[in-house]
Design a protein around this ligand. Sequence first.
Ligand code: MTE
Ligand code: MO
Length: 467
Amino acid sequence: MRLLQAWIAAVLLSVLGYLLLMQAGWAFPPLRLYGVLTQLLGVPAVFQLVHAVFGLGQGGKIFAFSGVTLLWLGGLTLLGGLQRPLTAGAVTAVLCLLLAPWQTAVGYGVVFAALLWGVARRLTPAGGRVPDPARRSLTGVLAAGAAALAGGGLVALFRQDQTPADEAAPVAGDALPFAVTPVEHFYYVSKNLEIFDPRLNVQDWSLQVGGLVQRPATFRLSDLAQFPAVRQELTLSCISNPVGGPLISNGLWEGFRLADLLRQVGIQPQARYVLWEAADGYTESLPLGQALEPDVLLVTRLNGQPLTQRHGFPLRVLIPGRYGMKQPRWITGIRLSATDKPGYWAERGWSKEARVELMSRIDQPSPDNPQAPAGPGAIRGVAFYGNRPVTRVEVSTDNGQHWQDARLVPPRSRYAWTPWELLWTPAPGTYSLMVRAYSGATVQTPSAREALPEGATGYHQLVVTVS
Ligand SMILES: Nc1nc2c(c(=O)[nH]1)N[C@H]1C(S)=C(S)[C@@H](COP(=O)(O)O)O[C@H]1N2
Ligand SMILES: [Mo]
C-alpha cells in the first residue's frame, strides 16, 4: 500500500518537474543524470558498444534515458514507501543536490514530502486501519494511471525514434540523382533526446553578442535581415558517421556572414576566440581568425524554408570543412574571449578541430539491398572533403585489384559533396565493390579507423549480387 502511494507521488513529482523544465527551464534531475551518462560516449569502447547495439539513431540515448527514468522512479518509490515523508523528502533533496542547483533540490525534497503526505492522507483511512474497498480501488486506479503515464512516456519516446528522417538519406537512385537532400531526409544528430531539443519561438528568441566586443548587442530575428544575404550549398557530416554511413547530407543554406555581424558590434583587440552558446547548453568555439573567414555563416534557412525546429530554428552556425559537431544549432549567444573553452563533445574526448576527412561512399547499388541486374547499369555515389575539392574518384569491382576512373559531376559549390558515376555492364555473379577519392595529390587513406575521436577513415566496400 505504502509503496503504491509512493509510486503515485513519485510520478506526480516527475510530471511536475517535467512541466517546470519545459515551461520555466528548471533543471530536471533525471535529465541531468542522463547528461552525466552521455559523458561515457567519449570512452571508445562504450561508444562502439552503443553503436553496435543501437545503430546510429537515437536508440542508445533513448535506452539510457529509459534506464535513468526507471532508476529515478524506482528509487523515489522505495524511498517514499519505506521512509516517513519528511525523511524521504530530505534524502531526495540531498540526492538532487548532486544534479541540480540547491533551490531546485530543496524544491524537489519539499514537494516530494508534501506529495507523499497528501497522497497518504487522501488514500489511507484515519487510525491506520485496513483501508476500505473504495479507497483500495482508488489507490489501484491512481497507481495504474501513474504506470500508464510513465509507460506511455517511454513508449512515445521509442515510437518517436522510428521517424523516417533517422534512416539513411537516399542520394542516388533514378529519381533523385545526387540532389540536395530533402529536409525530411536530412540526417539528424543531437546530444539531447529529441523531445528535449529546444523549441524556440520568434517572440522570445534573441541572440546576445558580448564578451570582448566594443558594443554588446542583442538581435531579434528580424534585426538579422540587415546583413547582406548569402546562399551556400554545403554538405554536413557527423564526425561519428562510419565509413559508408548515412550521417551526411547536402543542403542549400541561406543566412549571412558572421564577419558582418562581428564588424557591426566591433571586436576588441584582445579577442582571440568565438564561443558559441546554444539553447540546449551545447557549446563550441572557433579561433577568431577562422571565424572571420567569409564562408563562416549564420543561417536561418535550409532548402528554401526557414530552418525546422530539428535542424536549429531559428539560427545555426555553418563552418565549411568541419564536422557537424563544430556547428551549433539553436544558437542564443556569441561571446568573444581571450581564452578558448572546449566544446561539448571536445570535453567528452572528441576532436577539437573536427576537420572533415576525405571520404567516398557507394549509394547505388544500395548498401541496404546490394543487388543489381545483369547488363548495362551504373555504380554511383558521393565523395566529400569538406572545403577541399575532390579531383578524382576510382572504383574497383574486384575487391581492389583493378581501379577505374569514375565520372565526376562537378558540385555546384566547393563545400558540397561531389557525385560520381561509373557505367558498368556486369555479368551475373558476385562483385566486391570499392571506392576511393583523391584531392590533388592526397589519396583517401585505406586504413580503417573508428570515428572516435577524429572521424572514420577507410574505403567503403560493398559486396553486390548481380543476377
Ligand atoms: N545546439 C546543438 N547543436 C548541435 C548539436 C547539439 O546536440 N546541440 N549537435 C551537433 C552535431 S554532433 C551534429 S552532427 C550536427 C547535426 O546537425 P543536423 O541534425 O541538423 O544534421 O549538429 C551539431 N550542432
Ligand atoms: Mo555529430
